[in-house]
Design a protein around this ligand. Structure first.
Ligand SMILES: [Zn+2]
Length: 110
């Protein structure tokens, strides 16, 4: 992924509109590219500030948006790991089903 692609994903990332695969590609780029991470940080801070205004919650002056972003990035990484584990389990389940069907067919034919 190049910077242009990554920058086009900043807004969809913050709004949770990216697929898991796109999120993973985006995070991989952000971890390597300080320039795009800075863009994400800026957008994230503005988005969260507006979200807080909309929710009419008291804005905690001590709230550190950078910490929030770090937590968010960790949370997304965790989601990607769970997504990958689920996919692997699904594939293993499908393979086990195919093996059982094949085994059952062989038993029926013999
Ligand atoms: Zn970049």
């Amino acid at each position: 992924m190049n910077c242009s692609e990554a920058l086009s994903m900043v807004s969809p990332y913050v709004r949770r509109e990216l697929s898991m695969q796109d999120t993973e590609d985006f995070l991989n780029h952000i971890e390597e590219c300080q320039s795009c991470r800075d863009e994400l940080e800026t957008y994230f801070i503005v988005y969260k500030a507006i979200e807080n205004l909309d929710a009419e919650t008291e804005t905690d002056t001590a709230m550190n948006f950078k910490t929030l972003l770090d937590q968010d990035l960790k949370h997304q990484r965790h989601r990607i790991i769970l997504w990958r584990v689920r996919r692997i389990l699904l594939i293993l389940g499908i393979l086990a089903s195919i093996a059982l069907i094949a085994f059952g067919t062989i038993l029926l034919l013999t």
